[in-house]
Design a protein around this ligand. Structure first.
Ligand SMILES: Nc1nc2c(ncn2[C@@H]2O[C@H](COP(=O)(O)OP(=O)(O)O)[C@@H](O)[C@H]2O)c(=O)[nH]1
Ligand SMILES: [Mg+2]
Length: 163
């Protein structure tokens, strides 16, 4: 692992707030939509950069739907850490739980981003119960760029302790 750069991949269901989060961190981030193969299927992903302390952070947002497993596999190559974005305004879906367990089983440092905490009905406590066992948890509203940046900064510091 290059000690001055970190590749962080952002996972999460469609609509969890991945694009909003990456754009909040890096207003110059790119949202990329690519046609794949002979089908009309479009894969959407995001890419943004940030500096945290002296580290160059490269953030990659993955496509959320299950059928984009192949694209997630490619984007995941060489990742140093992962963030799982969860929408706290609704029940935790099976896709999010599956990704959570897969990432927990891997050796990759994982942070849980509990998003949309600005919404009155949001229930981050429920998400914590549904996705137990991880200590890097950040409650944010990706609509508030400062809370997104603070969560990323804390995550990078948290994982730097174990590098
Ligand atoms: N209230 C609220 N809405 C949010 C927040 N983050 C994202 N959204 C909204 O949720 C929807 C999905 O966000 P998006 O970033 O496109 O999700 P993605 O599919 O995971 O990339 C959009 O309408 C966003 O404006 C948040 O923290 N609070
Ligand atoms: Mg998106």
């Amino acid at each position: 692992m290059d000690s001055s750069r970190l590749k962080i991949v952002v996972f999460g269901s469609f609509h969890a707030g991945k694009s909003t989060f990456i754009h909040a961190i890096d207003p110059a981030s790119r949202h990329i939509e690519a046609e794949c193969g002979e089908t009309t299927t479009t894969v959407a992903l995001d890419y943004g950069r940030a500096m945290v302390n002296d580290l160059h952070i490269h953030l990659y947002g993955t496509p959320g739907q299950e059928r984009f497993e192949f694209a997630r596999k490619i984007i995941m190559q060489g990742m140093d850490a992962a963030l799982l974005m969860v929408d706290c305004t609704c029940a935790v879906d099976a896709f999010t739980k599956d990704i959570y367990h897969d990432l927990m089983d891997s050796q990759i440092p994982l942070g849980l981003v509990l998003n949309k905490c600005d919404v009155t009905e949001s229930c981050p406590a429920m998400v914590r119960r549904e996705l137990p066992g991880n200590t890097n948890i950040y409650e944010i509203s990706a609509k508030d760029p400062s809370s997104a940046r603070e969560a990323l900064g804390r995550f990078v510091e948290d994982i730097a302790k174990n590098r």
